[in-house]
Design a protein around this ligand. Structure first.
Ligand code: SAM
Length: 268
């Protein structure tokens, strides 16, 4: 399946994904651990930013991590080896055509992947076939529409909207977090439980100011500057004012909020 990304595979994007993962470990992963001996598939592992935490939290589970990008799989393999984990196998594969028999896995974990797919329902359907009856899927996604901050900045909302529009044009959905319940229902999962996880940042939390507001969220928006201007979505001044507006929220009196959505559902 031919998929385009707003998020590239470049070095800067990889650093941003690592920053995002390490900043959000507690918020997103503290309640995910898989039992000894269980077989877990991580679909769309990228450069292994979440794989490290999965491997650490489930030391005796057998984890298989796949990604469509060969270079990402190579980077993830190196990262996990260097960290000394031996409970993860990597494979290059496409979520829509996975080379595993039905019912091969007890659990599947998918993080920040559906937002890039043009057919999230079909992708979830492909994943569901691979889960044993009674097994679970865990899906984590962001939702850019959940962003608000102080001081307010109209230009910042316009810059964020550029990212949303570009991702949509590439076939994805930057506001997919709010859709996890309907998507999982549509595919026939049961016992669906969605929990919103808000990142609240003020200057009393300097590691979140750096790791989340600046290096994760604002870096992502800055990353679409050229393509947004080229596409005629915004002029350079408004975009730059928007990015400055986001940085302004990282000052002493600033506040920044963003909500991720984590869903766990069961295959009946
Ligand atoms: C934003 S990255 C997230 C990576 C990782 N889960 C994380 O949270 O850091 C999205 C990943 O999905 C992968 N991906 C996109 N479409 C895919 C497909 N059809 N099959 C497998 N992986 C895919 C991309 O290659 C990319 O590594």
């Amino acid at each position: 399946m031919n998929i385009q990304y707003v998020h590239g595979y470049d070095h800067r994007e990889n650093i941003r994904l690592q920053d995002q993962a390490s900043t959000l470990v507690e918020l997103l992963h503290s309640d995910t651990s898989y039992p000894a001996g269980s077989h877990v598939l991580e679909a769309g592992c990228g450069v292994g930013a979440q794989t490290i935490t999965l491997a650490r939290n489930s030391p005796r589970a057998h984890i298989t991590s796949i990604d469509i990008s060969e270079s990402s799989v190579a980077a993830a393999t190196k990262k996990i080896q260097e960290a000394g984990f031996t409970n993860v196998n990597f494979q290059q594969a496409d979520i829509y055509q996975l080379p595993f028999a039905p019912g091969s896995f007890d659990h599947i974990f998918v993080c920040f992947v559906l937002e890039h797919l043009s057919q999230p329902v079909a992708a979830l359907g492909c994943l569901k076939r691979l889960i044993k009856v009674g097994g679970t899927i865990t899906v984590i996604e962001g939702d850019h529409g959940s962003t608000y901050f102080y001081p307010d900045s109209e230009a910042a909302y316009k810059a964020i909207q550029c990212q949303v529009v570009l991702q949509k044009r590439a076939g994805g959905n930057a506001n997919i977090g709010r859709e996890l319940y309907p998507l999982l229902s549509k595919v026939g999962f049961c016992s669906i439980h969605v929990s919103p996880r808000m990142v609240y940042v003020d200057s009393s939390k300097p590691s979140l100011v750096e790791g989340f507001t600046k290096n994760t969220f604002t870096a992502m928006i800055e990353g679409v500057r050229e393509s947004s201007i080229e596409a005629g979505l915004i002029d350079a001044k408004t975009f730059d004012d928007g990015v400055n507006g986001l940085y302004r929220t990282t000052e002493t009196d600033g506040v920044f909020c963003y909500t991720f959505f984590k869903a766990v559902a069961t295959k009946k």
